[in-house]
Design a binder for this molecule. Structure first.
Ligand code: FES
Length: 98
């Protein structure tokens, strides 16, 4: 589920349809000003909040540089750095306006 300003959207995909969560959200929902660097991990416009306790793929160097440690600790991630795999099945994310 994707939460955009309180509206909830259910998204489905299959393996290898999208290279990351940002591309899935961008293609299916097209939020305004989302994913400006098209997945380079540098613009920060794909910032999302992950529900507590969910373990996803670890941060890469670009994400670690773009986000501060404090943001990472609060469960904020860059959707472009989250892989589409079994770990995101059934999770809810909230898009954070830049
Ligand atoms: S699309 Fe730019 S940081 Fe994710």
């Amino acid at each position: 589920m994707v939460n955009i300003e309180g509206a909830m959207y259910h998204l489905e995909t299959y393996p290898n349809e999208y290279r990351n969560l940002m591309m899935l959200i961008y293609d299916k929902l097209g939020p305004e000003d989302f994913g400006d660097c098209l997945g380079m991990g540098k613009c920060g416009t794909c910032l999302i909040e992950i529900e507590p306790g969910i373990q996803l793929n670890s941060f890469d160097r670009n994400e670690d540089t773009t986000l501060t440690k404090a943001k990472l600790d609060k469960g904020l991630r860059l959707a472009c750095q989250i892989l589409i795999d079994e770990h995101i099945n059934g999770i809810t994310v909230k898009i954070i306006s830049p």
